[in-house]
Design a protein around this ligand. Structure first.
Ligand SMILES: [Zn+2]
Length: 329
């Protein structure tokens, strides 16, 4: 039987699980739970481990001969060697010794890395990026960011923190505090919370009676803004159009800088509207510098139901010597 990895994707709002074998096949369903938080606003590590425990036990029972591997994806900057969560803004973690505590708790071989890097790795190993040299992974969800594959390898950068194009400083007068500590990063204008915030403002100001009606006394969320947009609400149309424009200008700049051949998209916001990605693609293309890029750039959805989860499995197999790492790291 193929070796199995329990892949765990710890995001800003949910923790997801999948059992994936070394050929990229998923066994059973993907499942999710809300991330538990402490009263101080930081993610509760013991609570996370308690959620993981039954999954580890069930998966270990299937791996009595070879032993279970753990692949962990996390939504922030991770030290892959030590497993330290260096800066995970959405979990309010800074310099948290996650890997050491994980090792103490479960005693299993594990690999851990930032979710966007793992998503790109999954596309490179098992997905649409297989055999390609230069492409970008882009996620628009709770945050906005991505990762790069350059010359056929993940581009990690000097500290391993590359790909944070959501933290491009815009310097606009209405900038708000970003999770990274800076003010006015691009992410704070285009990610899910920004769409929800703009929608709430439109409901409150009376610009969008439709959003006020959809919210029905609750907070406006990004899905409501997309729904209002589908129904032709002018305020929602303007919010999404501005978001598309900012993302597209940013990514056209990235493609112009690096001459990429492919952009792969994932994240909750991209999945929330079937028409969003084609519109982003059109707008990127109009902003590209060369006719070659305008003609050849491909823009596609991720190859997996959750690319970071599959990438976490890839990383655990590479670390265990079961997949070839020579061209990837
Ligand atoms: Zn930022």
């Amino acid at each position: 039987m193929a070796r199995l990895a329990l892949a765990v994707d710890i995001g800003g709002t949910s923790i997801k699980f999948g059992l994936i074998d070394q050929h990229g096949q998923q066994h059973g369903d993907l499942t999710r739970h809300p991330v538990p938080f402490c009263p101080d606003g930081s993610a509760d590590m013991d609570g996370l481990f308690a959620i993981m425990q039954p999954y580890v036990e069930r998966a270990s029972a299937l791996c009595v001969t070879d032993g279970l591997l753990l692949g962990i994806s996390m939504c922030g900057n991770i030290d892959e060697q030590t497993g330290e969560a260096v800066l995970v803004a959405n979990l309010h973690w800074r310099n948290v010794p996650f890997g050491a505590r994980l090792q103490e708790r479960f005693g299993l071989p594990y690999a851990i890395a930032t979710d966007v890097g793992l998503a790109a790795l999954a596309e490179l190993e098992w997905g649409v990026g297989r055999g390609l040299r230069d492409f970008g992974w882009v996620t628009i969800g709770t945050g906005y960011g991505g990762y790069l594959v350059l010359n056929g390898q993940l581009y990690k950068g000097h500290h391993g923190f590359a790909g944070n194009f959501g933290h491009t400083p815009l310097g606009l007068p209405d900038g708000i505090l970003c999770g990274c500590g800076q003010v006015g990063c691009l992410e704070t204008y285009v990610a899910g919370p920004a769409i929800a915030r703009s929608g709430q403002a439109a409901a409150d100001s009376g610009d969008s009676p439709m959003l006020r009606r959809l919210a029905n006394g609750a907070r406006v969320n990004a899905e409501m803004v997309f729904q209002a947009e589908q129904e032709g609400d002018p305020a929602a149309l303007a919010i999404i159009d501005t978001m598309i424009d900012r993302v597209a200008r940013n990514l056209a700049g990235v493609v112009n800088l690096l001459d990429l051949e492919l952009l792969v998209f994932g994240g909750g916001v991209v999945h929330a509207s079937p028409t969003l990605l084609p519109r982003i693609e059109d707008r990127i293309r109009t902003n590209l510098m060369t006719i070659e890029s305008r003609r050849n750039l491909r823009v596609v959805m991720e190859s997996f139901p959750n690319s970071a989860l599959f990438g976490a499995a890839v990383a655990s197999f590479i670390k265990a010597g079961l997949l070839d790492a020579s061209s990837h790291s």
